[in-house]
Design a protein around this ligand. Structure first.
Ligand code: 13P
Ligand code: SF4
Length: 375
């Protein structure tokens, strides 16, 4: 009989294969040892959606806005970013030139950021120019930080700013004061919620811009009439929540509070009791009375952690299905251990480096955001 020897299964991240199969205790001990060796030279940043076995090693946790601020302020030379690609890019853009940003898994991307590429944006801008004349005078480009560095650079070079879900209201208000029209990308839901529900722009004055169609799928007359162009992008995690889930929870628990992230659709936001960024969701629930009940419309790792940290309250996911940010989940303790141990030996692996030419203009957009949100 021929015996066929199969190769041992490889992990998705072959470079970390040596670390696969290690016990949690061993991984924790090796991560702690590498951190101790690096001392103040290192800071580990962890987004709130990061899995528990990774986020427990973070020195600072936060939402996209908080982590951008942390990246600006840290004195550490090495920033290990446990988040997704655009977040590590933002840290590299905002950090000092001598700082090194590492993303433990380069395949940890963001499906929303991938919905707006720079070539598409350049084409859309050209079409806006064709219809409106000088777009730079007419249209303010505003990009959610969940976008590539190249998109941020385009926005910065055309006088626009970034925003996060924590400061979108201030940034959109600023945009309205500067130019009569706005192009908001890539998240149509955050753009619609902010411009319509927070700042009162009528829905009839908003067009969803499909970048794959000429003029976004609209007539020149409709473009001239509109005030806000919403890029046809969305978050594949938050798009899964439905207004019917709100009804189902209320039927089961008439006293439940529904709180959702503004990346959810307008129907879900309208049905909810509260809406805000991940930091807002965390603080609202933390400050709520004991015994209160919460159905939360955001990423499942955060929802589960909220329940752990608030055992005196009932906290459930708004969705009956696990809404997981599967790309952020790709960063695991094995890879974190792998990058830290190499760093402790003086070798940088999985660095994120934004090219200098892109960095300059992208920095403008991020700095404008930080300036406007500090006012
Ligand atoms: P915030 O961190 O701004 O709340 O955004 C959530 C998110 O989807 C991050 O990618
Ligand atoms: Fe991107 Fe959505 Fe994941 Fe945030 S939760 S990183 S927007 S896919």
């Amino acid at each position: 009989m021929t015996v066929i020897t199969l190769e041992a299964p490889r992990t998705a991240h072959d470079h970390a294969a040596d670390y696969a199969g290690m016990s949690t205790d061993e991984l924790d001990a090796r991560i702690a040892a590498a951190k101790a060796k690096l001392g103040d030279q290192l800071v580990i940043l962890g987004h709130h959606y990061q899995r528990d076995d990774v986020v427990k090693h973070a020195d600072l946790t936060g939402d996209s806005y908080g982590l951008s601020v942390d990246a600006c302020r840290t004195a550490a030379q090495y920033i290990v970013f446990c988040g997704v690609h655009f977040m590590a890019e933002s840290a590299d853009i905002l950090g000092r030139d001598d700082q090194v940003v590492i993303l433990p898994d380069h395949s940890a991307g963001c499906s929303m950021a991938d919905m707006a590429d720079i070539e598409q944006l350049e084409d859309v801008w050209e079409e806006l120019e064709q219809v409106l004349g000088a777009a730079d005078a007419q249209v303010m480009p505003i990009t959610y930080v969940n976008s590539t560095a190249a998109v941020k650079a385009f926005v910065g070079a055309h006088g626009g700013a970034c925003c996060t879900s924590s400061n979108a209201e201030k940034i959109v208000r600023w945009s309205k004061a500067q130019r009569p029209k706005m192009l908001f990308l890539p998240d149509q839901h955050l753009g619609r919620y902010t411009a319509h529900m927070q700042l009162g722009v009528p829905l009839e004055k908003m067009l969803v811009w499909n970048p794959n169609q000429r003029y976004g799928g609209h007539t020149p007359e409709a473009i001239r009439e509109a005030e806000v162009f919403l890029w046809a992008g969305h978050c594949s995690v938050h798009a899964q929540f439905r207004p019917a889930y709100v009804d189902a929870w209320r039927e089961q628990h008439p006293d439940i509070n529904v709180i959702v992230h503004p990346e959810c659709s307008l129907g879900v936001i309208r049905a909810a009791d509260y809406v805000g960024s991940t930091a807002y969701i965390i603080n609202t629930i933390k400050n709520a009375p004991a015994g209160s009940k919460w159905a939360v419309g955001t990423e499942i790792n955060l929802v589960n952690r909220l329940q752990t940290h608030n055992p005196d309250k009932l906290i459930v996911s708004l969705s009956p299905f696990a809404c997981l940010c599967s790309t952020m989940y790709r960063i695991d303790p094995e890879e974190l251990c792998w990058v830290l141990e190499h760093l402790a030996e003086g070798e940088v692996v999985n660095q994120i480096e934004v090219p200098a030419a892109i960095k300059r203009s992208a920095r403008l957009a991020l700095e404008r955001m930080l300036e406007i949100s500090a006012t």
